[in-house]
Design a binder for this molecule. Structure first.
Ligand SMILES: Nc1ncnc2c1ncn2[C@@H]1O[C@H](COP(=O)(O)OP(=O)(O)OP(=O)(O)O)[C@@H](O)[C@H]1O
Ligand SMILES: Nc1ccn([C@@H]2O[C@H](COP(=O)(O)O)[C@@H](O)[C@H]2O)c(=O)n1
Length: 222
């Protein structure tokens, strides 16, 4: 890929690697939009549970896909997500949804449907967008100007996540299980050709953001 104008920054990585928090601050510094693709999968998992269905039963998930009325509002200070007009921004971050979301995400028709929406949002974003998830560098936006696999050692990611939820019980097992399940669908542990690995194991938060922003600046100068 040649250098010059950067409009799309793709970031993938395992659970707790800092994708959403690092992408958010990097997007602010770049003056770019932010697309949190995991929120779409989480919102569908929320709807499946809300309807009393099983996220690990493909037919249950497919029965809701056509009516999945998902919206993202980026007009305020933080992104807000809604399903059928119900604000699910907080609800989709619970451990209950984290335990359900892999079931929804492994359904090929779900992935195809949300990817269509993601690509449309990416195409419309001006002046640019940071997109984070699991398959952005490889499937959703393989032609992104900057492609990053953001990772950290598992024990570090678990420690950071425990800091988020304030309760260590079961966090390690759930994070590992989610990565194992998600990794059967898409490989986000090994950088694909052309993807830059950013390992934040020994970086603090600001250093990690700077590593991402510097990759964009380097690409712009190339
Ligand atoms: N380099 C870093 N140093 C210290 N803390 C960090 C670093 N990067 C991220 N964090 C913190 O780690 C926690 C997990 O980050 P975040 O929620 O952004 O990860 P994620 O990859 O989006 O996770 P998930 O895929 O599970 O949603 C957050 O509290 C974040 O502030
Ligand atoms: N591109 C993506 C993004 C997410 N997923 C699935 O959604 C789950 C939640 O993602 P978070 O980034 O919010 O943790 C994740 O565990 C995957 O199951 C995906 O498949 N592809």
């Amino acid at each position: 890929m040649g250098g010059g104008l950067v409009t799309t920054v793709a970031i993938d990585g395992p659970a707790g690697s800092g994708k959403s928090s690092v992408a958010r601050v990097a997007a602010e510094q770049l003056g770019f939009h932010l697309l949190d693709t995991g929120a779409a999968y989480r919102s569908l998992a929320w709807l499946v549970l809300e309807r009393g269905l099983d996220p690990y039963v493909e037919a249950d998930v497919l029965s809701l896909l056509d009516d999945f009325d998902y919206a993202v509002d980026v007009s305020g200070e933080t992104q807000r997500f809604s399903v059928g007009g119900v604000d699910v921004t907080g609800a989709i971050r619970t451990e209950r949804i984290s335990g359900a979301v892999s079931g929804v995400a492994r359904v090929p028709a779900v992935r195809e449907a949300v990817n269509v929406r993601f690509r449309a949002l990416i195409a419309d974003a001006r002046p640019g967008i940071v997109v984070e998830g699991r398959d952005i560098t490889t499937v959703v936006a393989p032609d992104a100007d900057v492609r990053i696999l953001l990772t950290a050692d598992e024990e570090v990611r678990i420690r950071r996540r425990i800091g988020d939820v304030g309760d260590a019980a079961g966090v390690a097992e759930r994070l590992s299980a989610r990565d194992r399940s998600d990794n059967q669908v898409v490989d986000f542990m090994t950088p694909a050709p052309g993807v830059t690995l950013v390992d934040s194991t020994h970086l603090d938060f600001d250093e990690t953001v700077q590593a991402v922003v510097e990759l964009v600046r380097t690409q712009e100068r190339a």
